[in-house]
Design a protein around this ligand. Structure first.
Ligand SMILES: *Cc1c(COP(=O)(O)O)cnc(C)c1O
Length: 449
């Protein structure tokens, strides 16, 4: 190892005997070394479980830096990135406008415990683009957004019951971490240790893409309007409209979890694409430009149940954070109709190139495209793209693990789990797409032999 890798900061390397080319002062310039050392300080070495590679096996690549469509690991290896922070990044990593906005904001202080103009501007920007969001409240993650929406829906309606759909993901919120059974409608069971039955006793988990019959115990229906955490599953025609009508019939609130789809499918999110107006919308990911953020937006009369106007408590020391709102505003400023047309084309291109690379090497796989989102399903269990969780679960996880590692070895980073989406953004230019096609065919050709 030599000093040719430009991002090494030799001056910060203090560990005796270290070759300070790529370790940035850590003294352990290998993925394995850093992962092992992390695991002595952090449970499992990660701060979000999927990053540990448990479902695909092997050692995670530890990211040193990223730019545009590329990430570099601590060993100096470059990867074309289809993870893009699980969709939080849409302009590409370290986009100059976002980086500059963060830098400028940081110089003014990073958190005050008082209102700021940027929160106002970001709330206005969201409200202008997503008309159902007459009021917007910020928090620090998508998880906080969904947990706030649960409390708000219950507080506003005076009801307890929450309805969710099997295979939808709403973050690490106890009331929404319910597991459904297979097929028929089931009462929620705790989806993880640590969630008592009582916490999900009022959560029903129903099959996706079937409009349920509700009763007037239901406070809210939470749905991913395009499901993007079981591969990518489109709403069946009439599903979202049917939910709207059924919620209206029983006086329940319709909550769209647009943490992934918001500002990813288009400026108006899934609600604009499918022309269904929810009562509340949860946001995260893109609206923070890669910094921690979450938001709940919605009807004024419902939103005004939040404290200080109403009686549903919400607070956050860092909520409406100056850096996160600066980055989010910078990101939203770059997004317009033309950008989404471009992203649509790239999503189709990605799907096609992966399909071709699989097909020409005898690998059965589907890469369904819903707007700018690309999903994946491996194996030959289905002839059409999955439409619910039972179908999504037929994916061949072992085959995916092989594909994942072949792609990684050829320099393409996909999510280390068979149920994630693939993300393209503004940085996935024609050149990048060409390189992706090349690396994919090398990767999957190698898998065949
Ligand atoms: C990522 C995600 C969340 C959770 O957001 P975090 O910021 O990770 O807490 C919630 N809902 C959906 C649909 C998501 O994709």
């Amino acid at each position: 190892m030599t000093g040719t890798i430009p991002y090494c900061d030799a001056t910060t390397c203090v560990t005796a005997g270290c070759t300070p080319t790529v370790c940035r002062g850590l003294g352990i310039p290998s993925n394995q070394g850093i992962f092992d050392r992390s695991a002595r300080a952090i449970p499992g070495g990660v701060n979000s479980s999927i990053r540990a590679f448990k479902s695909v096996g092997g050692t995670p690549y530890i990211v040193s830096r990223a730019e545009g469509a590329r990430v570099w690991d601590v060993e100096g290896r470059e990867l074309l990135d289809l993870v893009q922070s699980y969709g939080a990044i849409i302009l590409g990593h370290a986009h100059p406008k976002v980086t500059e906005a963060i830098r400028a904001a940081a110089g003014d202080g990073t958190s005050y415990g008082a209102p700021t103009p940027r929160e106002m501007k970001l709330a206005e920007a969201i409200g202008e683009r997503v008309p159902s969001c007459e009021r917007v409240r910020f928090m620090n993650s998508g998880t906080e957004a969904t947990s706030t929406a649960v409390r708000l829906a219950r507080g506003a309606t005076g009801r307890k019951r929450i309805v969710t759909f099997n295979g939808n993901f709403h973050g690490a919120t106890d009331a929404l971490l319910a597991a459904g059974g297979s097929g028929l409608a089931t009462l929620g069971l705790p989806g993880t240790a640590g969630v008592p039955e009582e916490a999900v006793a009022n959560t029903w988990v129903l099959p996706y893409n079937v409009v349920p019959v509700l009763d007037n115990d239901v406070a809210a229906v939470f749905v991913e309007p395009v499901a993007a955490n079981m591969g990518v599953v489109a709403p069946a025609p009439g599903f979202l409209e049917g939910l709207r009508a059924e919620c209206d019939r029983v006086g329940a609130l319709l909550v769209f979890d647009e943490v992934i789809t918001g500002f990813r499918l288009g400026l108006g999110g899934a609600q604009a694409k499918y022309d269904v107006r929810p009562d509340l919308t949860c946001f995260g990911k893109v609206i923070g430009g890669g910094l921690p953020i979450g938001a709940v937006g919605g009807r004024r009369d419902i939103m005004e149940n939040l404290t200080p106007l109403g009686s549903v408590f919400h607070a956050g020391t860092l909520a409406g954070n100056p850096l996160a709102t600066a980055a989010g505003l910078a990101a939203l400023n770059e997004l317009n109709g033309d950008v989404y047309m471009e992203l649509l084309a790239r999503a189709r291109h990605l799907s096609a190139l992966l399909r071709d690379a699989c097909a020409s090497n005898g690998i059965h796989a589907q890469f369904p495209v819903v707007g700018t989102l690309v999903g994946m399903h491996f194996g030959d269990a289905l002839t059409e793209a999955p439409s619910n969780f039972d179908e999504a679960k037929t994916t061949d996880e072992k085959l995916y693990a092989q594909v994942f590692h072949a792609m990684l070895n050829a320099g393409v980073a996909m999510a280390p789990g068979a149920y994630e989406a693939l993300f393209v953004g503004l940085a996935h230019t024609d050149d990048v797409m060409e390189e992706l096609a090349h690396r994919s065919s090398v990767a999957l050709g190698g898998l065949r032999s």
